[in-house]
Design a protein around this ligand. Structure first.
Ligand code: DC
Length: 233
């Protein structure tokens, strides 16, 4: 029964470190990993490629419903295929992130991704990252972590990531863009980014990747015992 498969939900703002934490936890536990943001990015990319208006709910949901999104897990990475085409690198482009945030406000677009996300809940467990993993998609997750970090620190991290991709960006521009994205993700009516009441809050501003991992890890032992009971009953 999928409902008995344990889920760890990691939600937070862009650049808070949720992807890194979720991937590392999944690797350590040998669980599946769901990057829900990649799915919204795939729709954002398709909307861009087709020249549709990201604010047009009807057009975006039609595109979302017609897309075939597949994820392939390789030993070192996860590939995303859109209608059979590998778009793993393209969905990481900054413009695609912004369009993803705009298309994700439409409830019909979110509905189109619901089954895909819930289907990722498979034995022995799932670590899922996004904005609404603990609040909407997996409300009965056995552990919910909400990550946050200062705007400046998140912009610095984004600047370093872009540098690695050969893209130079000004810090102030990145701060403005992240701020705009935060507001859009938090203020939308459908599944806004909010901290679930039962989520553990971790501020990653002054933490290394290892420190964040250790804090999350410290919440695990009891949870794993609980999920063992769930799967054997
Ligand atoms: O996590 P990310 O930066 O790759 O996500 C890109 C956008 O997708 C984000 O700004 C809002 C949207 N998103 C969402 O609405 N719900 C999710 N669970 C994940 C992402």
């Amino acid at each position: 029964m999928p409902e008995t498969v344990p889920v760890i939900a990691v939600d937070g703002t862009a650049g808070s470190g949720k992807g890194t934490l979720a991937r590392n936890l999944a690797n350590e536990l040998g669980w599946h990993y769901l990057d829900s943001g990649a799915l919204y990015r795939a729709i954002g990319l398709a909307v861009l490629e087709r020249g549709a208006n990201p604010d047009d709910a009807g057009a975006c949901s039609e595109i979302a419903r017609g897309l075939r999104i597949e994820t392939q897990t390789l030993p070192e990475s996860i590939r995303l295929l859109l209608d059979g085409v590998d778009v793993t690198a393209r969905i990481r482009e900054p413009e695609v992130g912004h369009v993803a945030s705009r298309v994700s406000v439409h409830p019909e677009v979110r509905r189109a991704l619901l089954d895909h996300q819930r289907a990722a809940r498979r034995m022995p467990g799932l670590v899922a990252d996004g904005r609404d993993m603990g609040t909407v998609i997996f409300p009965n997750a056995c552990l919910k972590i909400h990550l946050t970090a200062s705007l400046e620190e998140r912009a610095r991290r984004r600047q370093r990531q872009l540098e690695e991709m050969g893209i130079n960006a000004r810090l102030n521009t990145l701060i403005d863009e992240l701020n705009q994205r935060d507001l859009q993700d938090m203020r939308r009516g459908a599944s806004p980014l909010i901290q679930a009441p039962d989520a553990i809050l971790i501020d990653t501003s002054a933490c290394s990747i290892e420190e964040v991992h250790a804090k999350a890890r410290a919440c695990l032992p009891g949870i794993l015992t609980q999920s063992d009971k769930g799967t054997h009953s």
